[in-house]
Write a protein of this length. Structure first.
Length: 184
């Protein structure tokens, strides 16, 4: 039940925590019931009310009479509830669309193809001679030829030669894969 006494706005504006607590106690129950008309989730409504009172505290110097403060609280609670409802609606729609995508044949086939392509490429890279494989993997990580040469303590020409051999090997061994991918 809301108390029928006035909150001394001038004390609130001056930063009186006691007055703020009075305000909180005066309007909390009414705001809670109001918020539950929008959202049946008790914890969510409590969080919204807490945030609304924090906003009042942050803007305490903006209020010159209790009616404006009360209107601010109700509007803030209402808007926060509507924002939460909209957010939950967006989340539900996303989950429904994602669930449809997950169960679609295209999603299934695309993922099977992607995983098989990754497996084939990984297996083919593993068939490279060790030095070429190491150089190739370092280059895939974004290292430049100079950096690879320094890290492995080899010449830049060796790095270039091994990368060329690796590229040639991969092109030859993956040519059917590229044809298959173009077909798909």
């Amino acid at each position: 039940m809301t108390a029928h006494y006035s909150i001394p706005i001038n004390k609130l504006r001056a930063g009186s925590e006691r007055t703020f607590k009075e305000l909180y106690n005066k309007y909390y129950d009414a705001l809670f019931l109001f918020g539950q008309k929008y959202i049946p989730n008790q914890n969510a409504v409590e969080d919204i009310i807490q945030e609304s009172f924090l906003k009042v505290w942050e803007k305490k110097t903006s209020f010159f009479h209790e009616a404006a403060l009360r209107a601010f609280l109700y509007k803030t609670v209402r808007n926060s509830c509507l924002n939460l409802i909209e957010h939950e609606k967006v989340c539900r729609n996303y989950q429904e669309e994602f669930a449809k995508d997950l169960s679609s044949n295209d999603f299934f086939l695309n993922n099977v193809i992607e995983e098989e392509v990754n497996r084939i490429i990984t297996d083919t890279i593993q068939k490279l001679p060790e030095s070429a494989r190491l150089i190739y993997l370092l280059s895939l990580k974004g290292l430049k030829n100079v950096e690879i040469a320094e890290d492995l303590d080899i010449s830049i020409n060796t790095v270039k030669t091994q990368k060329q051999r690796a590229n040639k090997f991969l092109r030859e061994n993956l040519k059917n894969l590229f044809t298959l991918l173009c077909f798909l």
